[in-house]
Design a protein around this ligand. Structure first.
Ligand SMILES: [Zn+2]
Ligand SMILES: [Zn+2]
Length: 71
């Protein structure tokens, strides 16, 4: 298995996840949260992007299915 290096903290890891907002490959400890909007998709957000309100709000919207839309 290939060892990859996390671009954020430099940790060596066999498992990286790609942040859906900055596109970097990061180790699990740099990923703040992840979810699966569908069976084939996986969306991760890193700690850096999580600290940016706009990106965090965007992440929280994904996969949210309100029963009705209010305007
Ligand atoms: Zn890391
Ligand atoms: Zn990110």
């Amino acid at each position: 298995m290939a060892i990859e290096v996390c671009v954020r903290c430099g940790a060596r890891t066999v498992k990286t996840d790609k942040c859906g907002y900055c596109g970097r490959l990061l180790c699990v400890s740099c990923i703040k949260s992840s979810k699966k909007p569908s069976k084939t998709e996986k969306l991760c957000i890193c700690k850096d992007c999580w600290s940016k309100m706009g990106k965090r709000a965007e992440y929280k919207r994904v996969g949210a299915r309100p029963e009705r839309e209010e305007y």
